[in-house]
Design a protein around this ligand. Structure first.
Ligand code: DGL
Length: 269
C-alpha cells in the first residue's frame, strides 16, 4: 500500500473534470492539483511553449512526494507527454489521450470517429495515432474548438449560445458522407458542454469523455500495483498560478462541489 499523493495538472480548471472522476473511483487517495490558470489557454500556444510550461508544472508537483502524475490536459498529453516522461522516468505518468482513444475504439461500430480538441491537440494528431494503433481501420476527423474553452470557463454550458457554437463547430462533421458514431471530447473543458453538444448531434452519436476513462485507467493501474491508499479519508490540495478566488469560482462547476472551504495555494512556476 502506498499513501503518497497523486499529482494532477492542467492549464487551468479543466483537469478538475478528471479529478472529479478520480474522486468517484478513488475517494481515499491524496491529491495535489495544479492549475496553471495564469497562462491558460495552452491550446493556442506553440509546441515549444507547451512543453516548457508542462515541464514547469511537473517540476512544481515533484516538490511533493508523489506516487503518480496525471497529465489532466489533452493539449499537454498530446504535445508534451514524451518530454515529461523522458525527464521524469522514475514516476508513473498517465495522460488523458490514450484512455480516451481506447474508449473511442470500444464505442465505435462504424469505425468513424471525430475528435474535438484545442488547436494544438488537433494539430499534434496524438489522438489519431493512439486510435489507429488500436484500430487501423478507423477514420478520424479532428476539429479544433478553441472557443469551447472560454465558454466552459464563463459558465456558458447550455442553451442557445452553447448549442449555436456546437452547431458551428460540428456542422462539417455532421455533413460528412460517413457520419462518425463516436465523438471524443478531447479537452478537459469540454465535458461541461456535453449536454449542449449531445443536443446538437442527437442520441445516435456517442460522446466519449476522457476524464472518466482516465480515472478508470488510474484505478486499474493502482489495483495492479497494489499501490492504492489506505487512509480512511482522502484529501485534496489545490495549487494555482493566478487569483485564488477566481480559481474557486470558475473551478466549482468543473468539480461539482463548492471550493469555498478548500485551501487553495498561490504558487509561482
Ligand atoms: N484543458 C485543456 C485541454 O484539455 C484545454 C485548455 C487550454 O487550451 O489550455 O486540452
Amino acid at each position: 500500500m502506498d499513501n503518497r499523493a497523486i499529482g494532477i495538472f492542467d492549464s487551468g480548471v479543466g483537469g478538475l473534470t478528471v479529478l472529479k472522476a478520480l474522486l468517484q473511483e478513488l475517494p481515499r487517495e491524496h491529491y495535489i492539483y495544479l492549475g496553471d490558470t495564469a497562462r491558460l489557454p495552452y491550446g493556442t500556444k506553440s509546441r515549444e511553449t507547451i512543453i516548457r510550461y508542462a515541464l514547469q508544472c511537473t517540476e512544481k508537483l515533484m516538490e511533493y512526494e508523489l506516487k503518480m502524475l496525471i497529465v489532466a490536459c489533452n493539449t499537454v498529453s498530446s504535445v508534451a507527454l514524451p518530454a515529461i516522461k523522458e525527464k521524469y522516468p522514475h514516476i508513473q505518468i498517465v495522460g488523458v489521450v490514450e484512455p480516451g482513444a481506447e474508449a473511442a475504439c470500444k464505442s465505435t461500430k462504424n469505425n468513424h470517429i471525430a475528435v474535438l480538441g484545442t488547436e494544438s491537440t488537433i494539430k499534434g494528431k496524438a489522438y489519431d495515432k493512439a486510435i489507429l494503433a488500436i484500430n487501423p481501420h478507423a477514420v478520424i476527423t479532428g476539429k479544433a474548438c478553441p472557443l469551447f474553452v472560454g465558454m466552459a470557463e464563463e459558465g456558458i454550458l447550455e442553451g442557445h449560445l452553447a448549442e449555436e457554437m456546437a452547431k458551428h463547430y460540428l456542422k462539417d462533421i455532421l455533413r460528412q458522407e460517413h457520419i462518425p458514431d463516436t465523438i471524443v471530447l478531447g479537452c478537459t473543458h469540454f465535458p461541461l458542454l456535453k449536454n449542449a453538444i449531445q443536443n446538437v448531434i442527437g442520441k445516435n452519436i456517442n460522446l466519449v469523455d476522457s476524464a472518466q476513462t482516465t480515472a478508470k485507467k488510474v484505478c486499474s493501474l493502482l489495483d495492479g500495483t497494489a499501490a492504492a491508499c489506505t487512509s480512511p479519508s482522502g484529501s485534496i490540495h489545490f495549487l494555482t498560478t493566478d487569483d485564488i478566488a477566481k480559481f474557486k469560482a470558475v473551478g466549482e462547476p468543473f468539480l461539482g462541489f463548492s471550493l469555498d472551504s478548500s485551501h487553495v495555494e498561490l504558487v509561482d512556476l
